[in-house]
Design a protein around this ligand. Structure first.
Ligand SMILES: Nc1ncnc2c1ncn2[C@@H]1O[C@H](COP(=O)(O)OP(=O)(O)OP(=O)(O)O)[C@@H](O)[C@H]1O
Ligand SMILES: [Mg+2]
Length: 439
């Protein structure tokens, strides 16, 4: 899968941009605040409908303009070419056209195009709060399961309503009977189970891949383990296992449910044949809910469920969040993202696009080289950096180099710029330079 052309209109600091990247490595270099990350952000929006940055959607509209537009011609090996068009409006609303047809829902974009983003913000997956890790799961799973997004939206609504009711019951001391709580319980369990099952499925497959990649990046010195800590206690019972083999594709079924267009030829991660396990997990959730109900009524809030899920990362059996150095945490985040790439490739049947934002300054020489070798020849990559000095020559030679300056992107050739760039001036060895200047 690759982007043949990307067009931006009034997006961030781009009035008008037409970018024709190569199918391999594309390096966007330039000084700070020139618009490098903005290009990656536009691509992330096409893949996920959301920016990786915090803030309101309307902030992405170029100052003084009425709307922002992102348009891309995507070449997919399995599903053919597709033309995606995303418009961002000042009201914070977005609209989507797929192959020039307007879609009712922005979420229809999901599954059309896939990309994996890695930047400084990904460190939060390791060092941040549980909510950051749940956000990571949500973003990743949503790209391969439209149904997950719908269930997540339902779950959030149910949770909000249920919490409101629990608060009312506590504060107004209303009787529980006839309050409607049973209905909310049933829905909480239904959508919550769906989220937990998909997260379980995803994490089970992500874990060995991330461990393997992390071992490669660290020369086998660090053993990475990933543990799912579900927001309902699953330890007392046997964990339900999801299965792939012999199943019809749920993604296709999901496509119908969710109104998305998903080809039946796509192998989905969520091919399921485990109705028994679904009911097993539901009844487990129900039982736990009954157990904590009195406490919930006392506190006026929901105490269990996927809104309390977390992930724990261990490096050589020690909690990475607490003990790992910043470089180690970054490498764990990177291993996770590369594992996510592999998983996505397996599920969609072709490599997604890789977006690497400013990774050159974060990683040491060895890890940087390994990362670049890892992506080389594997997928279309967009990599941002402030200079070309830290690139191995063999990578640079094959890369398309673009210079980004004040909202313009200029193609400079295939690695040719490297030889043109002025070498760094040597720093004088003595401190003569600090002598007072003669009057
Ligand atoms: N809505 C907007 N309208 C106009 N300009 C904007 C808008 N939003 C952001 N910008 C500008 O975009 C620039 C930042 O772009 P970007 O984050 O892509 O920089 P960068 O090249 O990645 O820099 P760095 O090397 O520091 O990461 C800033 O100058 C900012 O003022
Ligand atoms: Mg940037």
């Amino acid at each position: 899968m690759h982007i043949r052309r990307l067009y931006l209109t009034d997006f961030r600091n781009y009035a008008e941009l037409v970018l024709e990247p190569t199918e391999g490595m594309n390096i966007l270099y330039g000084k700070n605040a020139q618009g490098k990350t903005n290009v990656l952000e536009a691509i992330v929006l096409l893949a996920t409908t959301r920016s990786m940055r915090a803030g309101r959607d309307s902030q992405m509209i170029r100052a003084g303009a009425e709307r922002a537009q992102i348009h891309a011609e995507i070449v997919r090996e399995r599903e053919g070419e597709v033309d995606l068009f995303l418009t961002i409006l000042p009201t914070d609303r977005k609209s989507v056209q797929i192959n020039h047809l307007k879609r009712e829902r922005v979420l229809d974009l999901l599954g059309q195009f896939n990309a994996v983003f890695f930047g400084a913000s990904e460190l939060a997956i390791i060092s941040g709060e549980p909510a950051d890790r749940r956000h990571f799961l949500n973003m990743e799973i949503s790209q391969i399961s439209p149904r997950y997004v719908y269930d997540l939206a339902h779950y959030r609504r149910v949770l909000e309503q249920r919490n409101r009711l629990l608060r009312d019951l506590r504060e107004m001391r209303l009787p529980r009977k006839d309050s409607g709580l049973e209905v909310w319980n049933e829905q909480l369990v239904r959508y919550g189970t769906s989220l937990i099952r998909r997260r379980l499925f995803y994490i089970e497959r992500l874990t060995p891949l991330a461990a393997q990649i992390h071992a490669e990046l660290t020369d086998g010195k660090e053993k990475l383990e990933l543990r799912y800590q579900p927001g309902i206690d699953l330890t007392s019972e046997e964990l339900p296992r999801t299965q792939e083999s012999g199943a019809s594709t749920l993604m296709a079924a999901e496509g119908k449910d969710a109104g998305g267009e998903v080809s039946t030829g796509t192998v989905s991660p969520f091919t399921v044949v485990y109705d028994a396990e679904e009911s097993q997990l539901r009844s487990l959730f129900e039982r736990h809910l009954q157990r904590v109900l009195d406490e919930e009524l006392r506190r006026g809030t929901t105490l269990i469920g996927p809104q309390r899920d977390d992930l724990v990362f261990l490096i050589n059996a020690v909690d990475a969040r607490i003990y790992a150095s910043q470089g180690q945490q970054r490498t764990v985040a990177l291993s996770l993202k590369l594992a996510e790439f592999c998983l996505m490739e397996r599920f969609i049947g072709e490599p997604p696009v890789m977006l690497l934002d400013d990774v050159m300054s974060d990683l040491d020489d060895v890890r940087r080289r390994r990362l670049l070798k890892w992506v080389q020849g594997r997928c279309q990559t967009f990599l941002t950096c402030t200079n070309l000095r830290s690139f191995p020559k063999e990578i640079l030679r094959e890369a398309a180099v673009f210079h980004v300056r004040a909202g313009t992107v200029c193609f400079e050739g295939f690695g040719t710029h490297f030889s043109k760039e002025a070498p760094e001036q040597p720093i004088p060895e003595d401190a003569a330079v600090l002598k007072k200047e003669p009057r």
